[in-house]
Design a protein around this ligand. Sequence first.
Ligand SMILES: CC(C)(COP(=O)(O)OP(=O)(O)OC[C@H]1O[C@@H](n2cnc3c(N)ncnc32)[C@H](O)[C@@H]1OP(=O)(O)O)[C@@H](O)C(=O)NCCC(=O)NCCS
Length: 334
Amino acid sequence: MNNIEPVHIAPIRVDDMHMDNMPVEVRPLREADLPEADRIFRLAFGTFLGLPEPLAFAGDADFVGTRWRASPEAALGAYVDGVLVGSNFAARWGSFGFFGPLTVHPDLWDKGIARRLLAATMSLFERWGTRHAALFTFPQSAKHVGLYQAFGFWPQQLTPVMSKPAGATLEAGTWRAYSDLDGESRIATLGACRALTDAIHPGLDVTSEIESASRQGIGDTVLVHDGCELVAFAICHLGKGSEAGSGAAYVKFGAAHPGPAAGAHFERLLSACEAMAHARGMAQLVAGVNTSRHDAYRQMLARGFRTVLQGVAMQQANAHGYNRADCFVIDDWR
Ligand SMILES: CC(C)(COP(=O)(O)OP(=O)(O)OC[C@H]1O[C@@H](n2cnc3c(N)ncnc32)[C@H](O)[C@@H]1OP(=O)(O)O)[C@@H](O)C(=O)NCCC(=O)NCCS
């Protein structure tokens, strides 16, 4: 027993707000607002998806806190009368950018709050010099597609997020974990990862995700070499408190170096991800791939991945970026 009084966090009183001509202010999301941003995130998705308990959405996975800690300057909050009513998180992967999760409190939907958050997100991309941007959304929702189209994003192919049981794979071969490397090897590895992604799409750079998973202790990066050359890598979030959630390893980003051996290297990467998931006690391996990366998609299906959730990729100016048949890349931009 202890005598500490439970802390009461008042829910936002959106019903008390004046809906007409709401002055919506969009500014960097404050750390103190993370619990409320997380609550709105779960409530918004849970409500949209019709869950019996909306707040149970995403279980013990953490998108809001992990993304804020990865890059506080890329997290935006929408405030009405100083009260948080929505948020959005942008990601800067070198020359490429994407955003999400974008959420608005359900009591305030269809009042232009997402549009305000998106306008501020586009300004962030401009300030960063982002050369291409994209997003993942619900293909069945005319509202979602219409909202993003108004900002110059066009719907393209599906992105299935898939899952398979993570077993002990015999064919995993040799792979290394970023966490096992010393300081100098880490610097060299980050350079090799950057060169690999740059060969897929000029300027694509996921260094921040590798470092953020490591720094926050929410995941690790699988490294696959051919001799001394890095031929594939994957950033895996692991378990509770990461974007994966309990019992799962989630490939935030994975890629094989382009070229004639890309398919074979991708196969080794999938085995290595499964081996790491199994070694870290995770029962499921989760990974998303756009169907325009046709061979990568087929390889994953052939290994027993099954779709658990399906989105559509929307890309700025209808450009294809790295959603091409020759790309052996795993990511989903959620
Ligand atoms: C999606 C979400 C963020 C939108 O927030 P919102 O504040 O209601 O959105 P806004 O009011 O700013 O904009 C909605 C736009 O969709 C448009 N829209 C609605 N139905 C439409 C349709 N059938 N066709 C085309 N456009 C449509 C509206 O007209 C409006 O644009 P306008 O103001 O230019 O007319 C919010 O509904 C939410 O949190 N949903 C649950 C979580 C989620 O799905 N997040 C996004 C995942 S990708």
